[in-house]
Design a protein around this ligand. Structure first.
Ligand code: 3HC
Length: 295
C-alpha cells in the first residue's frame, strides 16, 4: 500500500499536536523544526501525551507505538520533497511564515498541498508568497489538537475546489469536524473569542470583578471549560496578543485595540502557563491569581 507522507513544520505545542493526530490517522509524519532539541521536545511531548492516554485507557499500548512509529523528526526542510501535504505551524509571524513557504515552494513538487495553521493571518496574504496559491489553504486547529474536535477550513481567494476537497478529506481522516470560514482577519473562532477576552480584560481594568471571579463566572454561568484568563494563559499571552494585533490591523477598528494590561504582561515576558506566569502564577505548582495585574 502507498505510504502517504505529511510534513508538519514547527514542533511546538500545536505542531506536535497536529503531527500526533495526523499520525493517528495512519499518515507517515515528518515533524520538522530548525534544531534537534526542539524536534526532540516535540516528540517527547507527543510520547508523554500518548502515555497519559494509555494510562487513562483511551488508547492501547499498540496504538501508542503505532502512532510513534509513524512520526519521524527532521531538521532538514528538504525532507518536504516527499510529502503530499505540508502543514505549517510555526510562530505567529508573517515574515517567518512567508520565508518558510517560499523555501517549500522551491523544494516541493507542484502537486504538494500547503496548509497553514495560522491563528489569524489572512490566507490570501500567505498564499501570495508561493506560486501555487491554488494549492494553499488554512486548516486551523485548536489547542490541544488531540482533544478539540473542530478545525476551521479557510480557503484563500485563489484556493481551488480540488484543494478544498483535499482539506475536507484530510479532516475526515483525522476524525475532526470542520466549519468552512471566509478569509477574514481572525477567521471565526478567534474573532469571537477575542471579543469575549477583550471584554473580560475591560471588566478587570474597570474593577468590575476579580480575575478569578470572571473566570469562575464564565465557567459556572456559561459552561465554558476554562475562564477567559485561564484560557489566555493556556494558549499563550503572546499568541493572544498577536490575534488582537491582527484583528486591530485588519479591521482598522479601535474596538480590537489590544488591552494595555495584556501588552504589559507580554513585554514583561510573562506569557502564561509556558513561562510559569501569566494572569495566574503557576510557579508554586498551584494556580494563584496575580494581585499585581489587578486594580
Ligand atoms: N496545559 C496543558 N495541557 C493541559 C492543561 C494545561 N493547562 N490542562 C489539561 N491539559 C491536557 C491534559 O494533559 C490532557 O492531555 P492528555 O490527553 O495528553 O492526557 C488533556 O488536556 C485533557 O485533560 P483532562 O482529561 O484533564 O481534561 P480536562 O477536563 O481538564 O480538560 C481541556 C482540559 C480539554 C484543556 C479543557 O479545559 C478545555 O476544553 N479547555 C478549553 C480549551 C480551548 O478552548 N481550546 C481552544 C483554544 S483557542 C486556540 O487554540 C486557537 C489558537 O489559534 C489560539
Amino acid at each position: 500500500m502507498e505510504q502517504r507522507v505529511v510534513m508538519v513544520v514547527g514542533a511546538g505545542q500545536m505542531g506536535a499536536g497536529i503531527a500526533r493526530v495526523t499520525a493517528g490517522a495512519g499518515y507517515t509524519v515528518i515533524l520538522h523544526d530548525v534544531d534537534d532539541n526542539i524536534v526532540g521536545n516535540g516528540i517527547s511531548r507527543i510520547e508523554q501525551s500518548l502515555s497519559s492516554q494509555v494510562q487513562k485507557e483511551k488508547i492501547s499500548i499498540d496504538e501508542k507505538q503505532k502512532i510513534l512509529s509513524l512520526i519521524k523528526g527532521s531538521t532538514s526542510i528538504d525532507d518536504a520533497g516527499c510529502a503530499e501535504m505540508v502543514i505549517e505551524a510555526v510562530f505567529e509571524e508573517y515574515d517567518l511564515k512567508a520565508r518558510i513557504f517560499s523555501v517549500l515552494d522551491e523544494i516541493c513538487p507542484r502537486e504538494t498541498f500547503f496548509a497553514t495553521n495560522t491563528s489569524s493571518i489572512q490566507i490570501t496574504r500567505l498564499a501570495s508568497t508561493v506560486k501555487r496559491s491554488d494549492r494553499f489553504i488554512g486548516i486551523h486547529f485548536f489547542n490541544p489538537p488531540h482533544i478539540m474536535r473542530l478545525v476551521e477550513i479557510i480557503p484563500g481567494l485563489k484556493t481551488s475546489r480540488e484543494t478544498i476537497g483535499k482539506a475536507l478529506l484530510f479532516v475526515e481522516k483525522i476524525k475532526k469536524e470542520s466549519v468552512m470560514v471566509k478569509d477574514v482577519p481572525g477567521f471565526l473562532v478567534n474573532r469571537i473569542n477575542a471579543a469575549l477576552r477583550l471584554e473580560a480584560y475591560n471588566c478587570l481594568m474597570e474593577g468590575v470583578a476579580r480575575l478569578e471571579d470572571i473566570d469562575k463566572a464564565l465557567k459556572l454561568a456559561l459552561g465554558h471549560p476554562m475562564g477567559p484568563f485561564e484560557l489566555a494563559d493556556f494558549v499563550g499571552l503572546d499568541v493572544g496578543l498577536h490575534v488582537l494585533q491582527t484583528l486591530h490591523n485588519g479591521y482598522k477598528d479601535p474596538k480590537w485595540r489590544p488591552s494595555p494590561l495584556l501588552e504589559k504582561l507580554v513585554w514583561s515576558g510573562d506569557l502564561g502557563c509556558k513561562t510559569g506566569k501569566g494572569w495566574y502564577d503557576y510557579t508554586s505548582g498551584q494556580k494563584i491569581p496575580r494581585k499585581d495585574v489587578q486594580f
